[in-house]
Design a protein around this ligand. Structure first.
Ligand SMILES: [Zn+2]
Length: 125
């Protein structure tokens, strides 16, 4: 269970979920399954494999709770929906490393936890 997730291409699921999300979803990792609305590039596969490792570390429930919690906390810091998404620690780790195929083999467990952004600041008025 520590290899690669199963990639499902040409899926309608990202299209449907994009209607609920603040961004247009190209590919989404749900446990050991990755759904993509088209064909996955190598970078996409690395990105989604990093998310898959994060899922394994936290369990499906842990990931599904923490992911939107980080997003919500970022919104509370005054970020736009899109910025709040890109500053989720799971996404920071995945975006920083999705052009490096060796990363998945080298990465330390819970690497995302060191990617948390600055603590809550009072909103500017
Ligand atoms: Zn991602």
């Amino acid at each position: 269970m520590t290899g690669m997730p199963v990639f499902i291409e040409d899926s309608k699921l990202p299209v449907i979920l994009s209607k609920l999300a603040p961004i247009e979803i190209w590919a989404i990792s749900l446990g050991f399954l990755v759904f993509c609305r088209g064909k996955l590039s190598l970078g996409d596969k690395i990105h989604e494999t990093i998310h898959y490792r994060q899922w394994i570390e936290l369990g499906i429930v842990g990931f599904m709770v923490l992911y939107p919690t980080f997003w919500f906390l970022n919104l509370m810091k005054g970020m736009s929906g899109k910025e709040a998404y890109s500053k989720i620690p799971f996404e920071i780790e995945a975006y920083e490393n999705d052009s490096d195929i060796g990363y998945v083999f080298r990465r330390k467990p819970y690497a995302w936890a060191r990617k948390s952004v600055a603590p809550l600041r009072p909103p500017m008025s």
